[in-house]
Design a protein around this ligand. Structure first.
Ligand code: MTE
Length: 313
């Protein structure tokens, strides 16, 4: 992102990590920096009775191994808690229960619903997805959640709604990064209504068969795997159906580098680095990046007629 350099594939000298654990993780971490975490932080907290693990939807397959859970839990972007990748410990401070989600804007009737009620109402399934960060690293993860289209149906948007705007919590007392006034808090993201209705667009409330750990954006975050990772907004408190295209967090910071569309395309370089390949988190592999991150079949049609837009920035 604008304030992060591309990842430097070097391990920090992690004095906190017991030697044996450090040695065995060495192979999988393969140069991605990581600090030791307590199991409470790495593993996701209390499982809701009967909801986790949710049945896997086998239509969503991967062509590569899942990223080991510990690696995924220890390498994150969550600017609300700072610019380090090791923000799990800081993010653990966020209180995620109760958690009110507002659904408003151009809808038949605005509503407020607790995140846990939302998950019980809309049901849970597991899907294996890729995530490709704009910084040229990638991961694969078993998300648990529900299709965003179900939330849209619940909201009953009016015909005049053109975009879905999603907003993260804003609480600088808990999230130290939000005390930095040069960022345009709260974090905002958006999708067109057609994108929100696409079957790949997913709201994740869990990962690895458990409720979402805070650092992944508990209690609910977006997962849109054909777009660069910054579109997948974390810890959402508000879904608004709007007519105007929302100004997104990263677009406000660096419009030439991070746009509204942000679809993955190996042929369109970031102004400061190539997007042709990606470092696979938890391995030593650098692999070619795929158009729409490998999901062209599912999403390419969304962009017919929009060729004049900057679809890949
Ligand atoms: N959402 C919020 N609210 N704050 C953030 O800093 N970072 C984004 C995205 N969602 C971010 C966010 C970026 S840049 C990426 S790559 C993904 O979250 C990372 O998700 P992960 O940490 O679960 O891998």
């Amino acid at each position: 992102m604008r304030f992060i350099r591309r990842p430097r594939w070097t391990l920090p000298s992690s004095a906190e990590t017991p030697e044996a654990v450090f040695a065995s993780r060495r192979q999988v971490l393969a140069g991605l920096g990581a600090l030791a975490l307590t199991p409470a932080i790495a593993g996701g907290a209390r499982a809701e009775a009967g909801l986790f693990p949710a049945p896997r939807n086998d239509r969503f397959k991967l062509d590569r191994a899942l990223t080991p859970e510990a690696d995924n839990a220890e390498f994150n972007n969550f600017y609300e808690f700072g610019t380090s990748k090791q923000i799990a410990r800081a993010a653990a401070k966020l209180k995620t229960r109760p958690w009110t989600v507002k659904i408003d804007g151009l809808v038949e009737k605005p509503l407020e619903i607790d995140a846990e009620d939302l998950m019980r109402k809309l049901g849970l399934e597991e899907r294996l997805y890729r995530l490709r960060c704009v910084e040229a690293w990638s991961m694969t993860i078993p998300w648990t959640g529900f299709p965003l289209s179900r939330l849209v149906a619940l909201a009953r948007p009016l015909g005049s709604a053109k975009y879905l705007r999603m907003e993260t919590f804003n609480d600088p007392k808990v999230a130290v990064g939000q005390a930095k006034s040069w960022f345009p808090w709260p974090y905002v993201e958006g999708l067109t209504m057609a994108e929100a209705a696409n079957e790949l667009a997913f709201i994740a409330m869990g990962a690895y068969g458990k409720p979402l750990p805070n650092q992944h954006g508990a209690p609910l975050r977006l997962a849109v795997p054909w777009k660069y990772g910054f579109k997948s907004v974390k810890s959402i408190v508000r879904f608004s159906f709007v007519e105007e295209r929302p100004k997104t967090f990263w677009e406000a910071l660096g419009p030439g580098e991070y746009g509204f569309w942000a679809n993955v395309n190996p042929k369109v370089a970031h102004p400061r680095w190539s997007q042709a390949s990606e470092q696979v988190l938890g391995t030593r592999d650098r692999v070619p990046t795929l158009l729409y991150n490998g999901y062209a079949e599912e999403v390419a049609d969304l962009y017919k007629g929009l060729e004049g837009e900057k679809l890949f920035v």
